[in-house]
Ligand binder design. Structure first.
Ligand SMILES: Cc1cc2nc3c(=O)[nH]c(=O)nc-3n(C[C@H](O)[C@H](O)[C@H](O)COP(=O)(O)OP(=O)(O)OC[C@H]3O[C@@H](n4cnc5c(N)ncnc54)[C@H](O)[C@@H]3O)c2cc1C
Length: 329
């Protein structure tokens, strides 16, 4: 499979990249590592006439501000996220989730920004369609779904591994565009619509991710379920965090987010509320996992049925909560 022809731009600053986005007359695509974009171009799912590569913009190493905020460059390679000591010390949940993205080779090319801006996926949509003489599906601009007869809503699933972890950590993203810079909670970048899961303006670029300091008495865990393991997208990804009252077994705050089950990562807020202010016990963690599995609306995908994914979600939530509790220091 070959890439179609396109014009290629290599800006060396993010401002230059924004300017190039502004002045492009033809359809344009941003490429960071290209591990999501280029396969989609090869399949003919998107055909930008020009590509603006973010690869030549220098990457600032992670820093910790005086008030303990961890600043991450969105152009950082996922492999560097995994190996960074400062990230491991200050946001171990992100290190753990980043380590579950694809394979070592892909992690060396893929970026954090690209991981959170990746497209939603579906077993029918993510393939070459040039030899199919059938009407396009909703995500390809048509008006039907090949999985849900008479379905009027695209049910492709957003499968980033780092996004649920960043949402669990209440990360904020910084965006730069022709109208200047803005910072928003990562939850707000998602549209909830599978056809275009990430809300970002046509001349905007994510350039930084900020994570606030976590209390010492906290523990975090990420688990990704996939049938074959190895280089495979998640069937379900669960990120959890428990912040404990000092020297007590009481949970001050809980954070539970689930990925790869809908058009955006979802927060299990009822389960979070159930844990808040309670003394942690095995039975409470089990109950919270059940509440999470009941409250999250799971979209069946990639051959996994809804009931199966709900059960996996319950088991994975319990296991991540147990691991997070064990890690509370
Ligand atoms: C075999 C294979 C296995 C994979 N497995 C996984 C997996 O297990 N888990 C997982 O999460 N992903 C997986 N992926 C998907 C992909 O590799 C990752 O999501 C990767 O992190 C994408 O990053 P990138 O820099 O290569 O993105 P790109 O392909 O460069 O970009 C992806 C999208 O984001 C946009 N974009 C990129 N950076 C920015 C930015 N800074 N601001 C605004 N928009 C931006 C691009 O325009 C594009 O639309 C897999 C891919 C392959 C090919």
């Amino acid at each position: 499979m070959h890439l179609p022809k396109f014009e290629y731009f290599q800006p060396s600053t993010v401002e230059e990249a924004v300017h190039l986005l502004e002045i492009q007359k033809s359809s344009v695509g941003l490429a960071a590592g290209g591990t999501d974009l280029y396969p989609r171009m090869k399949y003919g799912l998107t055909r930008p006439e020009s590509i603006i590569s973010l690869k030549h913009i220098p990457v600032t190493p992670p820093t910790l501000s005086q008030d303990g905020i961890l600043n991450l460059d969105a152009f950082m390679h996922i492999g560097d996220v995994v190996s960074s000591q400062i990230i491991l010390d200050n946001a171990p949940l992100l290190s753990e989730a980043a380590g579950r993205v694809a394979s070592e080779e892909i992690r060396q090319m893929a970026t954090l920004g690209g991981n959170i801006c990746q497209e939603s996926r579906c077993l029918y949509y993510n393939q070459g369609h040039s030899f199919q003489f059938i009407d396009p599906c909703l995500k390809r601009g048509g008006d039907l779904c090949y999985f849900v007869p008479n379905g009027k809503k695209c049910l492709a699933v957003y499968m980033s591994d780092t996004a649920p972890a960043l949402m669990c950590l209440n990360a904020k993203v910084k965006i730069i565009g022709s109208k200047g810079e803005r910072q928003i909670p990562i939850e707000d970048i998602y549209s909830g619509e599978a056809k275009r899961p990430v809300k970002i303006g046509p001349t905007e670029i994510f350039f930084q991710i900020n994570i606030a300091k976590q209390p010492k008495s906290s523990g975090w865990a990420y688990r990704k379920f996939s049938l074959r393991g190895g280089v495979e997208f998640a069937g379900v990804g669960v990120a959890t965090g428990l912040i404990m009252r000092n020297n007590e077994k009481v949970c001050e705050q809980a954070s539970i987010t689930v990925g790869a089950i809908a058009a955006a990562p979802l927060r299990a807020s009822k389960a979070e509320s159930l844990l808040k202010g309670k003394e942690i016990s095995d039975s409470l963690l089990k109950e919270a996992a059940k509440v999470a599995a009941d409250e999250i609306k799971v979209v069946p995908h990639h051959g996994y049925s809804k009931l199966y994914l709900q059960e996996i979600l319950r088991v994975q939530t319990r296991r991540t909560l147990e691991a997070a509790y064990e890690r509370c220091s």
